[in-house]
Design a protein around this ligand. Structure first.
Ligand SMILES: NC(=O)c1ccc[n+]([C@@H]2O[C@H](COP(=O)([O-])OP(=O)(O)OC[C@H]3O[C@@H](n4cnc5c(N)ncnc54)[C@H](OP(=O)(O)O)[C@@H]3O)[C@@H](O)[C@H]2O)c1
Length: 272
């Protein structure tokens, strides 16, 4: 497994996304993923599966210290006291004493960002999170968060795949030593039948999803694909035995535009 290094954190380049995985299915997939070699699991309070993620971790037999666990605080818990309390509740559900990475799930303009990142930093200082970061932050919000946070932020987790251009956020992350963690990295399954990715994949004997994930990690981006299918767990991690040429990297990057976004909500920030 390759790692993405960012402000002191070593983030395994591929993680398992767990949005929409629930109950026994979730626990079983987390367990199976860890047995197959995954070392990074992405959950969130909003996914309502922290308990099952914890079960899967314990069931896998993989040592706690070898797995990088991320969870995210939901926006209704951003007032400083709420944030600390809800981080502790996440740990209780996961049955862990600390997470490896704790993120603010979305920006929330109703609470001053300086107060929220102050509370997030305090959670780190208390030893409840080894690293802290943000998610769905724009360039302006990254700048504001970095300036206000007394502890280093290690990533911005944002939507990123071949159809969405994220050059501006990537540049801002790099400027601050932060990693970009790509969510919806296989564009929610849309890359599967992409003719250009299939054609590139033929040259390397790889699937279009593997080409897509390789394109992400070759840019020093971490990716957290989600699958509910056991066979795809292996597919999505078998991307470290080939390298895309510069021409292939460029061709895939050229597919991206600002209109390729798949996740948007009324409460989302004004995107770059
Ligand atoms: N921070 C945020 O606000 C935020 C937002 C969205 C997501 N996330 C995180 O990012 C993770 C991934 O994002 P996502 O779930 O939106 O989308 P994704 O991982 O891009 O796509 C998941 C979909 O693609 C299919 N798929 C997965 N691997 C495949 C493969 N090799 N070939 C073909 N199809 C494949 C899955 O179907 P099958 O189950 O049938 O394989 C599933 O329907 C989430 O689970 C969550 O942890 C974070």
């Amino acid at each position: 497994m390759n790692f993405i290094e960012a402000n002191g954190a070593k983030i395994p380049a591929i993680g398992l996304g767990t949005w929409e995985l629930r109950g026994r299915t979730c626990a079983r997939l987390v367990e199976q993923a860890l047995r197959l070699g995954y070392r990074h699991i992405d959950t969130a309070q909003a996914y309502e599966n922290e308990r099952e993620v914890g079960e899967g971790l314990r069931g896998s037999g993989v040592k706690r210290g070898e797995v990088f666990v991320t969870t995210k605080i939901w926006t209704t818990h951003f007032a400083p006291n709420d944030l600390e309390r809800s981080a502790k509740e996440s740990l209780a559900r996961l049955r862990l004493t600390e997470v490896d990475l704790l993120l603010l799930h979305w920006p929330n303009p109703q609470v001053p960002l300086s107060e929220t990142v102050g509370a997030l930093a305090r959670v780190r200082q208390l030893g409840l999170a080894r690293h802290i970061g943000v998610s769905n932050f724009t360039v302006a919000l990254i700048e504001e968060a970095v300036a206000a946070c007394p502890e280093p932020l290690v990533c911005d987790q944002v939507e990123y795949h071949p159809y969405l251009d994220q050059a501006k956020v990537m540049e801002a992350c790099a400027r601050h030593g932060m990693a970009l963690v790509a969510y919806s990295p296989v564009a929610k399954g849309r890359v599967k039948n992409d003719q250009a990715l299939l054609r590139i994949g033929e040259r390397y004997r790889k699937t279009s999803a593997q080409v897509c994930l390789r394109w992400l990690v070759q840019q020093n981006v971490a990716a957290i694909p989600r699958t509910s299918k056991l066979e795809r767990l292996s597919e999505n991690i078998e991307i470290f035995d080939f390298e895309l040429s510069d021409a292939d990297m460029r061709e895939i990057s050229d597919m991206g535009s600002a209109s390729g976004r798949l996740t948007d909500f009324g409460f989302a920030p004004k995107w770059d």
